[in-house]
Write a protein that binds this ligand. Structure first.
Ligand code: GCU
Length: 356
């Protein structure tokens, strides 16, 4: 049934190079580079890594009845083109001696806790969490006056890269920071984002293999969901409203999804063989849970090529609130609407802790 639904979407084959050569375990790295080049037609390339990043601790206070410390750090990035770009990161770090698994959250707000960031619950589950507010990186609109956007986006009429690429670049700088902390277990660093920031998490996490788990929550169009025959939001709709999230040429695929030389399962496949989690919400028809699920299913081919189980399901999207955690690609369809809920966080923590 899943195979038949995937066939009907006429997806480009992950396991064939553009010139038709077959992809094998041996040449996967080369294919991965080709996929990254293809996807840059959508988001543009990330800006270059800074020459160096300095970390300035601004404050530290005891938090959650003494179970954790809340630390605010300023990341000062020395840009390749000259000048500095700084932004704050808030960390909740459990007080304990051993190395800890961490989440890096790309968030809509800078509050800790926040409706999307249950920091005390995560601390009780043994996780450190580091969050930053995407608006501290660049505004979520067509303004290109800020330092990063004026350096790296180019002209509004011909954007070299969109704002998703800038937010993704910042998530990678937070990873640079987290890796310097003595408490961090480098084998367990999960990147997570919701909605437009889920698209961002997939891009950053797909590109930088130091993230050991990548989590997309309700990321939908131009995120986890397949673009071909997608319900709800389409390339035309997203590009009309948010052209500045993308590289300019992406809009040419509006109503021409079948001409795309890739689809969103290419983005998911960049995470292979690392842990990847795609979470949908049952009433989120704009994001289209079925297209998110099928995309995870299509990316499974690369996990299998690399000797891992991907999405472990022969059935159509499982019942609501059932956790598919058997393979390296986790999935659930939570009941309710578009949101990053406690249910989602608990499922992600469990997937990471119980392993696969
Ligand atoms: C809009 C947009 C989506 C996006 C969402 C969000 O609904 O159309 O693509 O995911 O905003 O980020 O909340």
């Amino acid at each position: 049934m899943i195979d038949e639904l995937l066939r009907q979407r006429h997806l480009p084959d992950l396991l064939r190079f553009i010139d038709g050569e077959k992809v094998t375990r041996e040449n996967w790295d080369k294919r991965r580079e080709e996929i990254i080049r293809l996807l840059s037609q959508e988001y543009g390339d990330l800006p270059p890594a800074p020459v160096s990043v300095n970390f300035l601790q601004k404050s530290e206070e005891s938090f959650c009845a003494g179970k954790a410390n809340l630390v605010e750090t300023i990341l000062i990035c020395n840009l390749k083109e000259g000048g500095e770009f700084s932004f704050p990161v808030k960390s909740v770090i459990p007080v304990k001696d051993e190395k800890q698994p961490s989440f890096i959250l790309i968030n809509f707000h800078d509050d800790v806790p926040d409706r999307y960031l249950p920091s005390e619950e995560l601390c009780d589950l043994g996780f450190a969490v580091h969050s930053f507010c995407y608006k501290d990186i660049t505004s979520d609109d067509e303004n290109y006056n800020g330092k990063l956007a004026s350096f790296y986006c180019g002209k509004k009429e011909n954007l070299e890269r969109g704002k998703i690429a800038l937010w993704a670049w910042a998530a990678i700088r937070v990873l640079d920071f987290v890796l310097t902390l003595p408490e961090t277990d480098p084998e367990e660093i999960a990147l997570i984002g919701h909605s437009r920031l889920g698209k961002t998490a997939l891009l950053a996490g797909g590109l930088d293999t130091r993230f050991t788990t990548v989590i997309s929550n309700n990321s939908g169009c131009s995120g986890a969901a397949l673009s071909r025959d997608k319900e709800g939001e389409t390339i035309k709709k997203i590009f009309n409203r948010f052209p500045y999230w993308f590289k300019s040429g992406y809009g040419e695929y509006a109503d021409k999804e079948h001409e795309l030389p890739f689809d969103q399962h290419f983005l998911l496949a960049l995470c292979a063989p690392r842990k990847l989690y795609i979470a949908s919400a049952a009433l989120d028809s704009w994001a289209d849970p079925l297209s998110e699920f099928l995309s995870a299913s299509a990316a499974t081919a690369v996990y299998e090529l690399l000797g891992e189980k991907g999405l472990d399901s022969d059935n159509l999207p499982p019942e609501e609130n059932v956790l598919l955690h058997e393979g390296k690609i986790g999935y659930h369809k939570r009941s309710g609407t578009h949101y990053l809920s406690r249910f989602d966080w608990n499922a992600f923590a469990r997937f990471i802790k119980t392993g696969c």
